[in-house]
Design a protein. Structure first.
Length: 278
């Protein structure tokens, strides 16, 4: 059980929860929230991320990647690979079954978002053309853990949200991915895994901070003077985030990653409170 819990990467699951919170806060100003649909939306979002995490663990494990990684260990091996494959197959099936209902509620836009989310959860690591090897990680995190779940969650509540509203937060899941890739830069380069961080080399250590600066800028543009409250969690996380500026990556970057996962929720909570009260 300990291995299964660690394999789903619980410290990263905030990336599935935060965008739904932001969307629901926006929607609350336009009428009552459909709690049943909101709950299914959150469950589907979590199952998709759990699927992605297990798929990543399984395929990197059987391919022998990340054997010397400084991040959390892979659990394919500790867990029977066949069981791991069955597990992510089940989570994908459950997310699809929930998604069928959500697609019936949201129509064509949710069908497109839902099916593409299912496909990319697998293709990112699992296919022979793994997208994780082509410097797309930050872009996909921006879209599939930011823009699409925020807009889609609002659409499922029958609220027409402007796409621009999704942009500020979306830099934070991109930051989470960037910290992960900064930490794994040397191992990824050794395994011929091309990430944005590998392409940029040592300069890449500034990318995570740049993404969080864009998220802060978006908050300030949206909430003006009230946005100063966003600086409180930012300053709380800064001691861990500045570890990404070190000359060479080491295991301390796991602390930066954990801190970013917490910041996603803090940012979403602050955003939601300010949105409801403005």
């Amino acid at each position: 059980m300990k291995y299964w819990i660690q394999a789903i990467r619980p410290k990263t699951l905030s990336a599935s929860i935060a965008p739904v919170l932001i969307a629901l806060a926006y929607c609350s100003k336009y009428g009552a929230i459909n709690i049943f649909v909101a709950t299914l939306t959150l469950c589907c979002s979590l199952l998709l991320q759990i699927s992605s995490n297990l798929i990543n663990d399984y395929y990197d494990g059987i391919r022998g990647h990340d054997l010397e990684r400084i991040g959390p260990k892979r659990f394919t091996g500790e867990i029977n690979p066949n069981l791991m494959k069955r597990a992510f197959s089940l989570t994908l099936i459950f997310s699809f079954l929930i998604g069928l209902y959500l697609m019936s509620v949201g129509g064509v836009p949710i069908i497109l978002i839902g099916l593409s989310s299912l496909a990319f959860a697998y293709i990112y690591t699992g296919s022979s053309f793994a997208l994780s090897h082509y410097a797309l990680g930050e872009i996909l995190a921006f879209l599939f853990f930011g823009v699409f779940p925020i807009w889609g969650s609002a659409h499922l509540q029958q609220v027409d949200m402007p796409w621009s509203y999704t942009l500020a937060y979306s830099f934070l899941p991109a930051k989470l991915m960037a910290i992960n890739n900064v930490r794994d830069r040397l191992e990824d380069k050794k395994n011929n895994k091309i990430t944005l961080i590998v392409l940029l080399g040592e300069k890449s250590r500034y990318i995570p901070l740049l993404f969080s600066a864009f998220a802060l800028l978006g908050a300030f543009l949206t909430f003006r003077a009230h946005a100063l409250v966003f600086l409180i969690p930012w300053l709380f996380c800064w001691p861990k985030w500045k570890l990404t500026l070190k000359d060479s990556p080491d295991s301390s970057l796991n602390l930066a990653l954990d801190s970013c996962g917490k910041y996603l929720i803090l940012y979403a909570l602050v955003w939601s409170i300010l949105e409801i009260n403005r």
